[in-house]
Design a binder for this molecule. Sequence first.
Ligand SMILES: C[S@@+](CC[C@H](N)C(=O)[O-])C[C@H]1O[C@@H](n2cnc3c(N)ncnc32)[C@H](O)[C@@H]1O
Length: 206
Amino acid sequence: MTTDGQRHWTDVYQNRATDAVSWYQADPHLSLALIQKAVPETTAAVLDVGAGGSVLVDRLLDAGYSDISVLDIAAPALAQAKARLGGRASKVRWYEADVTAFTPPQQYDLWHDRAAFHFLTEDAAQQRYVAHLRAALKPGGALVIATFAVGGPEKCSGLDIVQYDTMRMQTVLGSAFILREHHEENHETPGGSIQKFAYFLFRYQP
Ligand SMILES: C[S@@+](CC[C@H](N)C(=O)[O-])C[C@H]1O[C@@H](n2cnc3c(N)ncnc32)[C@H](O)[C@@H]1O
């Protein structure tokens, strides 16, 4: 069944190149740095949730990671990423799915999400996300999650979002997630405006 969310995001990527959207980063350096710090072993199983056409997967392959999964609700975003990677795309597991309804075939050492979770504005959807996150992460695994920060944009792609600080993120995730790092980043969009992001690194200790 096609949902409103899937229709929205499919439409976005059918009409725009992945390097033209406001969230595009040529160099996802902070995500990569936090991932490498949390799971330095390149055999670690890494899942990028709501990846869109992000080049994070390219950078993870460049860094030698060998167990990478990429998930997005929008097929055209995944198609653009696969086309960009060419032959290297076959080294990655690709999932076209809604993260709040995704049952993964494996567990992960690290779950990464930049700018997908913050679109979940209702408690029930946030809790569905956290339930899937908890089921998918190995105990002792790591979560790198980035959202708009307090004081950042109130909407993205025409949709409402939730801004996070450490307290709000901790409350939503629950006490099994132990905060290790928090960073803020001013993201410059391809159009030249600045968006304030918050990045969090948590360790999952159920
Ligand atoms: C603002 S973009 C961020 C893309 C990428 N993470 C980045 O940093 O460039 C949000 C992404 O989340 C995806 N998305 C939104 N809701 C989703 C859901 N429920 N399940 C999976 N992906 C979702 C969208 O298709 C889109 O690619």
